[in-house]
Design a binder for this molecule. Structure first.
Ligand code: ACM
Ligand code: ZN
Length: 616
């Protein structure tokens, strides 16, 4: 059995990334493998096909079990798994699973009519090989009940695959709104399917504390609750009058951490400091600068001036909290927040001012840096590393800190130049709480729009960095802040399919190719349908934009993501269909006109019509 040398593979990889014709439309893998070459024929899986694995390591066997789990559900049979040297069974039609040394998380697949060979480098590599096999099989493999009459054929091909970045993250804020553990398991399943390997779990906020801490029971008894929630945006002035709460018990956390680990997802907990701490302060006011008589968990979105006061009591509290966090989460990286910490309280607080003088600090920004350095020291002393949002750069980075860059690219660039590792999560590109289609006809969101295409085309490695500095970009993350996502359905709608684009940026070393991505994505959406993921269907709908012209006219441009689609439109208020005017180029409309447009393929509408009115 030939094992490909690294050098040879690297050459093939380059060839793959420039020759998209090698990947016919019917094979649609997301994220795109580093190298793919289609062969002749198929490897048909039926109940008689044995699986030979060269290991009895339970971790590896669990990944094989995922294959059988899905086959059982969708095909109604499982394969016999035999722990034996696959090389002894070379004559037999079988699935062979073999260890091969290569880059972490990587795998190769070699599929011929008689054998499906998986070469894996580690448990994650084998898990990802299985995920790719699912995407080579008919979409019905993702169904939740047995599909009769499906031929479970894997097209013959060669795949050599390994990740572009070690950190491929997806975030979920469970504070602004709270989601069940069952939903989080589904969230992690879909992440893992896309080879996303970090779940950044936002657990503490001004609006609610969601993690059980045994030593400080008030954090959940009281801190999980806000007495009501603002309706609509931050400034609406309307409230729902309904208490809102929810938290995760330590048993639930352990269960989820284990569940994620089995899918090669590391959960990175985020415990916010020094800001976004109002829920904790409402429980234990002594943690604040003590400038107010009364503290309450926030009932609206935004940033609050009530932050932790850097005094011994606070550090004792935080160290105790982190001690329990370390027990619960094996992740080496621990997220300490660090974003959006107003300095107003520190400016007024006699203790903070005395501390600034005593430590010879220049200002409150340096006090923030001092705070974070002190916490880093503690966290490092327990064998863990910190990661924080861009603002931890203010007043100087803690010596070993990694940065999650959300405020654009500047913080990421600065950190990499200072030789600190960076995860790129810039809000204009990778924030999944931003509109993905026309805000005029979408539910309330945070900003944008940030379309699927904008996300796909973003290159997370800033060009200004030197090759040496680029090595400090360790990955990407899609962020899901949940102000406007009160339900799991809304989370899925906002996250998918845009997260597919971020997952691909994290995994695939190939050049961007929007057309090829949209072709693969269309097939891939069928998988998400079968998995019951309620993604946004804007992919199938025109995006109508009105551009400023004169007081009396605007210029209309339209686009649609779905491949091979045309846009048909009306301007008289009528429903557009296949016989309506074809959109070929920008045109002007006048006051009081309305554009109705629909995407058409093969004479049929692909999705809903979209409407845009001339206003002002
Ligand atoms: C953030 O969005 N405040 C990190
Ligand atoms: Zn203070």
């Amino acid at each position: 059995m030939k094992r490909l040398a690294y050098l040879l593979s690297a050459v093939l990889l380059l060839a793959a990334c420039t020759a998209k014709e090698q990947a016919p439309a019917e094979v649609s893998i997301i994220p795109r493998p580093a190298f793919f070459q289609q062969g002749e024929g198929v490897f048909s899986i039926d109940r008689k096909v044995p699986v030979y694995v060269d290991s009895n390591d339970p971790e590896l066997l669990r990944s094989v079990a995922f294959l059988n789990e899905r086959l059982e559900k969708a095909a109604g049979f499982t394969l016999d798994v035999i722990q034996d040297d696959p090389l002894q069974h070379g004559q037999e039609k079988a699935v062979f699973i073999l260890n091969a040394g290569w880059k972490k998380e990587s795998y190769n697949l070699n599929v011929t009519p008689d054998r499906l060979l998986i070469e894996y480098v580690d448990g994650a590599g084998l898990f990802y090989a299985v995920q790719t096999i699912f995407q080579l099989l008919p979409d019905d493999i993702f169904a939740d009940s047995v599909r009769k009459g499906v031929k479970w054929d894997v097209p013959c091909c060669v795949i050599e695959d390994s990740p572009a970045f070690p950190y491929r993250g997806m975030h979920l804020d469970c504070c602004l709104h709270f989601y069940s553990v069952d939903f989080l398991k589904k969230y992690i399943d879909i992440m893992a399917m896309h080879k996303v390997n970090r779940f950044h779990w936002h657990l503490t906020e001004d609006q609610g504390w969601r993690l059980e801490i045994k030593k400080y029971p008030l954090l959940t008894e009281k801190g999980q609750w806000r007495k009501e929630t603002v309706i609509g945006s931050l400034h609406s002035g309307f409230y729902d009058g309904t208490p809102y709460g929810g938290y995760y018990t330590q048993d639930e956390v352990r269960e989820l951490v284990q569940y994620a680990a089995e899918r090669y997802v590391t959960i990175i907990p985020e415990i916010e400091l020094p800001g976004h701490a109002l829920a904790a302060i409402a429980c234990y006011p002594e943690l604040s600068c003590g400038l107010e008589d009364h503290y309450e968990t926030a009932t609206k979105w935004g940033i609050f001036k009530q932050v932790y006061c850097p005094k011994e009591e606070t550090f004792k509290f935080l160290e105790d909290v982190f001690d329990e966090v370390f027990e619960l989460f094996p992740s080496e990286l621990i997220h300490i927040g660090g974003d959006e910490c107003p300095k107003a309280s520190w400016k007024q607080c006699p203790h903070c001012q005395a501390l600034i003088r005593h430590e010879g600090l220049k200002d409150e920004y340096e006090l923030q840096s001092w705070f974070i350095r002190r916490m880093e020291k503690y966290i490092n002393s327990k064998g863990r590393q910190i990661i924080g949002w861009d603002e931890i750069l203010e007043g100087g980075l803690a010596p070993n800190a990694k940065v999650m860059s959300w405020l654009g690219e500047e913080g990421g660039i600065k950190s990499a130049q200072q030789h600190h590792e960076v995860v790129m999560a810039p809000y204009p590109k990778y924030y999944l709480d931003y509109w993905q289609a026309d805000p005029d006809s979408e539910p309330l969101a945070m900003g944008g729009p940030t379309t699927l295409r904008t996300m796909y085309e973003y290159n997370p490695v800033p060009e200004v960095l030197t090759p040496e500095e680029r090595r400090y970009i360790i990955g990407v993350e899609g962020c899901v802040w949940t102000e406007y996502m009160p339900t799991p359905e809304r989370v899925e709608y906002m996250a998918w399919p845009r997260m597919c684009a971020i997952a691909e940026a994290g995994w695939s070393p190939c050049e961007k190719d929007w057309d090829y991505f949209t072709r693969r994505l269309e097939t891939h959406l069928g998988r998400l349908d079968r998995l019951g993921v309620g993604y946004c269907r804007a992919f199938y709908e025109p995006f109508i934009e009105l551009h400023k012209d004169t007081t009396y006219s605007k210029i209309v441009t339209m686009s649609v993501d779905a491949p091979d689609a045309e846009i048909r439109y009306t301007l008289d208020g009528s429903e557009p269909d296949a016989s309506s005017e074809l959109y070929v180029r920008p045109f002007a409309i006048n006051r009081n006109q309305v554009v109705n447009a629909v995407a058409i393929r093969d004479g049929k509408p692909l999705g809903r019509a979209r409407t845009k009115r001339f206003i002002n």
